[in-house]
Structure formats: structure tokens, C-alpha cells
Design a protein around this ligand. Structure first.
Ligand code: SAM
Ligand code: SF4
Ligand code: SF4
Length: 419
């Protein structure tokens, strides 16, 4: 992992405080499992965020009126729930699960800590009652969760209070998609987003860091298309100095296919990837590069709270040519979109995080496993949690110096709460 930075940013980890002595007081054999990189024994990395104590659940008023849907402290509704179904992955993308840390000794969650499919579905149904209309399964690699089709079928059966099915989707690295696309579709999944950071096999193998070939992911995308899991989106994380030369080949490859390619700025999420601003290629530069060969026109957002800024491929008259399709840029670093952020994230073990950059979540599993908690009581607690939300990490970070990474605190890993 390259931690050096031309702007002189420090890797985020040493700046972070371990808030309790938990990692330090563990016996030596446990210490590497909880975060000391072997061979760098002086450096304790607070990476097992799920051990961080959860936030106290807010009190709610018994018999509270659940008619009005909750708005958070910045008047944002809750419409989008991302559910992480596993913290494990078969890739080691160095911007997400660097090999040096997520090694064979890494302490993943034991199975008993995971929410069962029935618990996830119950909670999802409560969320749907409080305004959620879109559910995205994520991870880790969600297709590694055994019998994921059963969960998908349960979630696909949920209906909004006015009887509408949910927008049910899943983000995957695509490695198992060729095998699973049809069974996912049959179970009721509507569409998929596939992560793919380049077409050059050498670059891709290096970025996934497990030598996984690009051809197999492309076959997965093809299988998803054949199974009708569209519209398909492809996410490409762009790291300056690593894969920016893949931007044009990726655009050429997916242009005119109906697949929407989205370029994501490399984010300072988590505490282990050694994020540095000089490895971020701003979306504005991506657009500029694309325009040198493939003219684009700006499109309006298709939905409120959309993370991607949309651009359409233009025809000779400078108008959007629908047959050529569109791309998106997700500018989490250079152009924060907290203002209408309507997303909550549920971790594999049932903690609710109100922001991708949060360091603590609310333990909903204890509510689910408490026989005294009715669905209405859980709904009232959700409302109280959401109403107390004021998160706008990216926006606040953008007000700081551009080459500074994280603020204080230890943030959860993306592989734990999902992208
Ligand atoms: N394993 C699945 C996958 O890769 O699609 C789902 C989980 S992954 C955490 C979800 C998304 O987060 C992926 O598209 C991935 O590229 C993106 N991601 C992970 N770390 C990131 C980072 N540091 N900056 C930007 N995007 C990141
Ligand atoms: Fe795995 Fe997805 Fe993270 Fe890559 S981005 S390591 S595929 S969870
Ligand atoms: Fe939402 Fe937090 Fe991302 Fe802002 S930083 S868009 S509040 S998840």
C-alpha cells in the first residue's frame, strides 16, 4: 500500500486516537487481529470499528404518532436504506480492504453476530413504513452471503404503504455474477451495480489485489444483462496515478450499451486505506478528459438525493443522444452532496449508521432480539434516531483545507457498512 503523498498529507491512521484501551490491552496474539499491522508493531490501527461501543438509543414517546414520516435535523427524509449482508470479501481493493490489514488473521464478525434474513426483512419492513423506498444490498461482497436469494425474495415481497414494490438493487464486485445473475433475477432482484475499475487486465488485477481477471467481471455484467437485471450501472473508483488512463477506454466500452458508467472520486472513507488528496482525481478533470474525445451535455438529476451528477453523450448538434446513453460522476470529495442525503446504512450486525463517515452506529439488533419490542416501538425509535440526525461530513470536510483528510474520530470501514 502506498502511503506516500506528494502534498505531504499524513496517512490518516496515526492521527486517529484509539478511544479506549481495548486494542492495546488485548493479549499479544489478539493484538494483530485487532489492528496492529504485523511488522509495524508500534502502530495500532483502530480498524475493527464494529467493536466500538454503539450509540445510546434515543428515548421515544410510547404511542407516538407515526403518521408523519420523519425528517432529520436538516429536514432530509429517509428514503434509501443500504444493507450490508457480510463484512467479508474475496477482493482486496487497496482503497477499501488493503491486504496488509484485512489479512488471514483479521477478525471478521462471527456468524452469530450477523442479522438473520428474517431480522433483516423485519427491520426493512419497519423502515419501509417510515419512508424507505429503495433498498440496496451491499457489503463486503454481498454475493458471498450464503443463500442471498432467500433474503432477496423476502425483500422483494415487501410493499410500501400504498402497495408499491421497492426499488431493490445490489452492488457487487461482479466476481460471482456470471454464476448467480439468473437466480438473483428469479428471486426478485431488479437491477445491479457492478464495480469495475478498468478494462486493462493488469491494472484491474492489481487494483483488486487478488489477481482476479477482468474478463470474468465482464462476463458477469453480460450475464446480468441477459437475465434482465437492468438498468445496469458500473462504478469505477478513479485513483490518480493508478487507473486514470482507464477512463477513456471504459467510456468507449460502455458508450451505447445502455449501461451507465459512473466515475467515483476516491474517498477518505474508513481508517485503513491511507487516503491522500493527491490520489483523488476531481470529477471535473474526468469530465474534461472525456470531452476531449466524447462530447457530453449536462443532464438534470433524475431523483432527489441522487449521488451522481449525470452527463449525456452528445450528438453532432450538441444534444443528448439517448442511444449513446449517459455517464455519471460521484464527486464525494470535491462537490459534497450532503444537502439532500436521504440514506441510512445498516451494518451486517444490525447497527444503523447515519453517514458513510460515521464512527458510531445505533444497535438495532438488541431491539430486534428483545421480545418486548413491537414493530411500532422499533419504528418510533427509528423516527427518534432519524430526527436527531445532522450529519453532513463531506460538506464540512470541503470547507476545510483541500489536502486534509479525515476529521477526528475513527470511522467505520466501507466493507463493514457498505458503499
Ligand atoms: N463489494 C461490492 C463492490 O465492490 O461493489 C460492494 C461493496 S463496496 C464497499 C461498494 C462500493 O464502494 C464499490 O463500488 C467500491 O468501489 C466503492 N468504494 C470502496 N472504497 C471506496 C473508496 N475509498 N472511495 C470510493 N469508493 C469506494
Ligand atoms: Fe471488496 Fe467491494 Fe471493498 Fe473491493 S470495494 S474490497 S470488492 S468490498
Ligand atoms: Fe450523506 Fe454523510 Fe455522504 Fe454527506 S457525507 S452525503 S451526510 S453519507
Amino acid at each position: 500500500m502506498n502511503h506516500s503523498c506528494m502534498l505531504g498529507c499524513k496517512p490518516p491512521t496515526p492521527d486517529l486516537k484509539v478511544p479506549t484501551n481495548e486494542a492495546l490491552t488485548l493479549p499479544p496474539q489478539e493484538r494483530s487481529r485487532s489492528g496492529t499491522i504485523r511488522g509495524m508493531s508500534e502502530r495500532v490501527i483502530p480498524l475493527v470499528d464494529q467493536r466500538h461501543p454503539s450509540l445510546p438509543l434515543p428515548a421515544h414517546v410510547v404511542g407516538q404518532n407515526l403518521n408523519a414520516l420523519p425528517r432529520d435535523g436538516l429536514r432530509r427524509p429517509l428514503t434509501d436504506l443500504r444493507i450490508s449482508v457480510t463484512d467479508r470479501c474475496n477482493f482486496r481493493c487497496n482503497y477499501c480492504m488493503p491486504k496488509e490489514i484485512f489479512d488471514k488473521d483479521y477478525a471478521y464478525l462471527p456468524h452469530s453476530h450477523l442479522l438473520s434474513f428474517e431480522e433483516i426483512t423485519r427491520l426493512a419492513s419497519v423502515f419501509v413504513g417510515r419512508g424507505v423506498r429503495k433498498i440496496r444490498l451491499t457489503g463486503g461482497e454481498p454475493l458471498l452471503r450464503k443463500n442471498i436469494e432467500i433474503l432477496i425474495a423476502q425483500l422483494a415481497a415487501l410493499r410500501s404503504p400504498d402497495g408499491q414494490p421497492l426499488d431493490l438493487t445490489l452492488t457487487t464486485n461482479g466476481s460471482l455474477l456470471a454464476r448467480k445473475a439468473q437466480s438473483l433475477k428469479d428471486a426478485g432482484l431488479q437491477r445491479v451495480t457492478v464495480s469495475l475499475d478498468g478494462l486493462d487486465d493488469t491494472v484491474f488485477r492489481k487494483m483488486n489485489d487478488v489477481d482476479f481477471p477482468v474478463a470474468d467481471v465482464l462476463a458477469g455484467i453480460e450475464a446480468a444483462r441477459a437475465a434482465g437485471l437492468g438498468p445496469i450501472k458500473v462504478n469505477m473508483v478513479v485513483k490518480r496515478g493508478t487507473n486514470e488512463h482507464e477512463i477513456l477506454p471504459m467510456a468507449r466500452h460502455f458508450r451505447g450499451t445502455g449501461i451507465v458508467l459512473r466515475f467515483i472520486e476516491y474517498m477518505d472513507v474508513g481508517a485503513t486505506n491511507g487516503w491522500c488528496m493527491d490520489e483523488v482525481l476531481p470529477s471535473a478533470d474526468v469530465i474534461r478528459l472525456l470531452q476531449t474525445e466524447l462530447p457530453l451535455v449536462a443532464l438534470s438529476p433524475s431523483a432527489s438525493g441522487e449521488t451522481a451528477e449525470r452527463w449525456g453523450y452528445a450528438n453532432d448538434q450538441g444534444q443528448h443522444d439517448r442511444a449513446l446513453g449517459e455517464i455519471g460522476v460521484i464527486s464525494s470529495v470535491t462537490h459534497a452532496f450532503c444537502g439532500d442525503c436521504n440514506r441510512a446504512r445498516l451494518s451486517t450486525e444490525g447497527r444503523l449508521y447515519l453517514c458513510l463517515f460515521a464512527s458510531q452506529g445505533y444497535d438495532l439488533r438488541q431491539l430486534l432480539r428483545d421480545p418486548a419490542q413491537s414493530d411500532a416501538a422499533i419504528a418510533a425509535t427509528l423516527d427518534a434516531i432519524w430526527q436527531g440526525r445532522t450529519d453532513q461530513y463531506s460538506l464540512l470536510r470541503s470547507l476545510r483545507a483541500p489536502d486534509t483528510a479525515s476529521g477526528p474520530g475513527r470511522r467505520v470501514e466501507m466493507s463493514y457498512i457498505g458503499g
